[in-house]
Design a binder for this molecule. Sequence first.
Ligand code: ATP
Ligand code: MG
Ligand code: MG
Length: 549
Amino acid sequence: ETTATTNFIRNIVEEDLKCGKHKTIVTRFPPEPNGYLHIGHAKSICLNFGLARDFGGRCHLRFDDTNPAKEDVEYAEAIKENVRWLGFDWGKHLYYASDYFEQLYQWAEQLIRQGDAYVEDLTADEIRAYRGTLTEPGKESPCRSRTPEENLQLFRRMRAGEFADGAKVLRAKIDMASPNLNLRDPVMYRILHTPHPHAGDKWCIYPMYDFAHGQSDSIEGITHSVCTLEFADHRPLYEWFLERLGIYQPHQYEFARLNLTYTVMSKRKLLQLVQDGDVSGWDDPRMPTLSGLRMRGYTPESIRSFCDQIGVGKSDSWIDMSILEECVRNDLNFRAPRAMAVLRPLKLVIDNYPAAMTEEFEAANHPNDPAMGSRMVPFAKEIYIEQDDFLEEPPKGFFRLAPGREVRLRYAYIVKCESVVKDEAGKIVEVHCSYDPASRGGSAPDGRKIKGTIHWVSALHAVKAEVRLYDRLFTVPNPDKGGQDFKTFINKDSLQVLDTACLEPDLAKAAPGSSYQFERQGYFHVGSLADDGRPVFNRTATLRDSWGA
Ligand code: ATP
Ligand code: MG
Ligand code: MG
């Protein structure tokens, strides 16, 4: 299924350039460095950087770092790495909202002098109680009538560190009866005796997001300030600050955030999964983070194509995880060389094949791309096949191996099952076959039909490796809904480790970051190397959507 690619913000930009409202456009991607980026952020990155790229403008990477309590340099570094990996470049336009702290402070003093801001003594709880509700106007604080001189003095003492955390805040003096709760004298500054990861220990008061964001956009000359829908209610406040300060006013536009099924996408929740050990880290291949998707084997191209496909609209909707998975399949189908790997090995012995003999078969690395070349795959008397490619009592429609039946070994020979060896518990541990020497390459000279073809790996040459199979992290499409804690719905079986997979020998040198299609099994990515240097393969996706209809 393909979604029509509509992007209403692109249309606005196009119009603004055509009518001469702007000569060039400036956008920004403004993450708070309080966690790793997820696939939802990718939508915003592709939108903002994509507009700049397509219309010859520029896109800033700006750290919206106004809350030192939750931010970290590690996160900022990871964000830079993720944006670059996704294929975008901010050039020299890397900014930090915290670099504007002094300017923001001066602007706060200006608003105080204009009578547009006051220092508040009420506690956070009292402020909340005074704010009122959607149906009830708020109540004015006694501090609202302080003179500008008094406010200025108090605000300077706040900056000087004379008050404890939470003792006072600076508020905008707007309208306690506004139908928009965001305009009921919102907090501009809070006291926080915490050093800042970027600004150091210069400050003990910090601006709120709403007092920092618009002004940062203004300083940087942003033309189109694009954010998600939940900020639509903040737009009047965004505009109020810029108007009162008399500075350049960028325009804010809101688009629908990405919601993806079978995962969660708030950094707070993702952090909880990391801290509780539900996943191995921010880059666990089951995480919807860009680092996790990368470890899983997602390519930047597949994520960009996903973002193009889902489009940019104005109403919230849910995108099914299978759409993202289909994007990586489509990309890797072109990109990934083919290989043979047996994930759950069963030994097959060819009784009439000489014990001392080995031979090699040429195998194409890609069925439709000769430029990807070929490799030689060794073959010998003992090979491994997939356990589920043999059934002692095959049901109707099973065309793989069974007693007395013939099957084609991919690239090699036709073999026929003659007998099986079982252990004491009755489990089949070996399948014995005969081979037809005249079927070299896979076809029978007498023209007899062989329906099934299976993959295999020579036992003598096999490289043993660990393969990790991943499933969705949650068992329900929307773990956030339904009033229960999202962790109730964690899928306990989302990781399966197969430590005895047998790979064709060429895969021993597979480098971290490389991807393969294991024939009949799916796409696999070398996320890391084991201690002994052997590759560890993460399954990116199965060949087909196994979740289907
Ligand atoms: P989260 O709520 O997931 O923690 P956030 O919105 O607090 O994310 P920011 O670091 O503030 O995270 O986000 C940076 C930019 O990415 C913002 O402009 C935000 O609107 C955008 N963004 C965040 N989540 C999504 C999403 N799910 N879909 C589209 N854009 C998003
Ligand atoms: Mg945010
Ligand atoms: Mg958030």
